[in-house]
Design a protein around this ligand. Structure first.
Ligand SMILES: Cc1cc2nc3c(=O)[nH]c(=O)nc-3n(C[C@H](O)[C@H](O)[C@H](O)COP(=O)(O)O)c2cc1C
Length: 411
């Protein structure tokens, strides 16, 4: 990542300040984001720009020409905002299948790969794995891929229920496994979790360190209760510190792995245009990082994405969180990974409904040799922990993009 830490914008941020369009503040970044050093990425330094204009003469004119070309290449944040708003529009009261699938697609997925294909037949919708969207380095056994299917399945079930088509999600183990829902005829019944679907996000900023109330903790536990999955909530500081150290050990291992870094870089979208065009991947702005032209991004990524800075950032982020949720399913198979995804998604939606933020910090489950340490830490030494998520009160960041639904339809 090009950011040198949650509160500094680094060299590329400086570069962006010179080139950024006239926009005092990016629409999505709220006031609290400023307090946490995120909003400042978008602030425009008028004085600096004026000085350059006056002092540079012909050079400045040439520079502006280049700057204009660069900005044109990047696309605009307004266009990105508009594209994302379309994908997050409120579900119609009488939705078409495509509307329901759009809501399913608002689920999280590892590296935002959206590794799902949908098949619709009458009132039956099937969610299948899309192996073309695998991330074989970080997720060699497709664990995250099936978790992501579970997250999308949960969104779909909540959406069907909200619009009068409640049905049960069923896992079919054949052909690698898929999840199906047969929509019934029920009374439409919206729910706080359903309402939260378009607002949920992986909020990777720094939180405010304040605890979450007991009532909210109870609501989170209740919402995430899915048979076959255990949720362990850690809010005791010494335990959080131990988990933080596991995250940092895992992150160091991943950053020392060239293949991991190469795969991650391939999913980063540095410019709004790239993010809109692909509709997938990790757009810099959604992680609090500066935007860059697509051709320049990888260069800055290689220069600025360093283990020490990333580890410091993770330490700050975890220290500022109210607690950490660890999800672990009873068994290690595709069906249970889907269940773990459903539980995590219900937790994240409930958190959103309560005005809380959350973000995955999965290094200790992705780096296989750290899993036993994490399993011991949560008091379930014989289990494979599935997911790790921090939560607390914090700022919003720009929403991430999604691919158009027709691209994810299997004919
Ligand atoms: C199985 C799974 C694993 C993930 N692991 C991480 C992670 O380790 N770190 C992280 O920052 N985000 C992680 N994410 C979050 C995704 O990057 C995120 O969902 C995606 O970029 C889409 O953004 P959104 O959640 O804001 O919609 C994970 C998501 C899933 C479903």
């Amino acid at each position: 990542m090009v950011q040198r830490g949650a509160n500094s914008i680094g060299l590329s941020g400086y570069f962006l300040n010179l080139l950024a369009p006239r926009r005092p503040r990016y629409g999505w970044v709220d006031k609290r984001a400023d307090a946490h050093g995120v909003g400042k990425l978008w602030r425009f330094n008028m004085t600096r720009r004026r000085n350059i204009m006056l002092g540079g003469g012909a050079l400045a004119v040439a520079g502006m020409g280049i700057g204009y070309a660069v900005l044109r290449d990047m696309g605009s944040l307004d266009d990105y905002e508009a594209a994302v708003a379309t994908t997050r529009a409120t579900l119609r009261q009488v939705p078409e299948i495509g509307d329901l699938l759009r809501y399913a697609s608002l689920a999280p997925s590892g590296h935002n790969t959206q590794p799902w294909k949908f098949q619709a037949d009458g009132r039956r919708i099937v969610i299948l794995p899309d192996f073309a969207q695998r991330t074989p380095i970080v997720d060699p056994d497709d664990h995250h891929l099936y978790v992501s299917l579970g997250c999308a399945a949960e969104n779909l079930a909540l959406s069907c229920a909200a619009r009068g088509g409640a049905g049960e999600l069923r896992f079919d183990p054949s052909d690698g496994g898929s999840v199906a829902i047969e929509m019934g005829n029920s009374a439409p019944g919206t729910s706080p979790l359903f309402e939260a679907i378009p607002r949920r996000q992986s909020s990777r900023g720094q939180y405010d360190g304040k605890p979450v109330s007991n009532a909210d903790m109870q609501a989170l536990t209740l919402a995430a209760s899915v048979p076959g999955v255990d949720l362990i909530l850690i809010s005791d500081r010494p335990q959080i510190d131990r988990l933080r150290d596991l995250v940092i050990t895992g992150n160091s291992a991943q950053m020392a792995d060239k293949a991991f870094v190469r795969e991650l870089r391939s999913w980063i979208r540095f410019s709004p245009r790239e993010a809109i065009t692909t509709g997938d991947g990790l757009f810099s702005a959604t992680t609090g990082n500066p935007i860059l032209p697509a051709w320049l991004g990888p260069f800055f990524f290689d220069m600025a994405f360093k283990a020490d800075a990333e580890n410091e950032k993770y330490a700050r982020q975890i220290n500022s969180s109210a607690g950490i949720a660890v999800f672990t399913a009873e068994k290690e198979d595709h069906e249970h990974w889907v269940l773990a995804g459903r539980a995590a998604q219900r937790f994240a939606l409930q958190a959103t409904a309560l005005g809380l933020k959350c973000a995955f910090i999965n290094q200790p489950v992705e780096v296989a040799h750290l899993r036993p340490d994490l399993a011991k830490l949560i008091g379930l030494p014989s289990r494979r922990p599935d997911l790790v998520m921090r939560y607390g009160h914090g700022p919003s960041l720009p929403y991430s993009a999604r691919r158009p639904v027709d691209v994810t339809m299997k004919l």
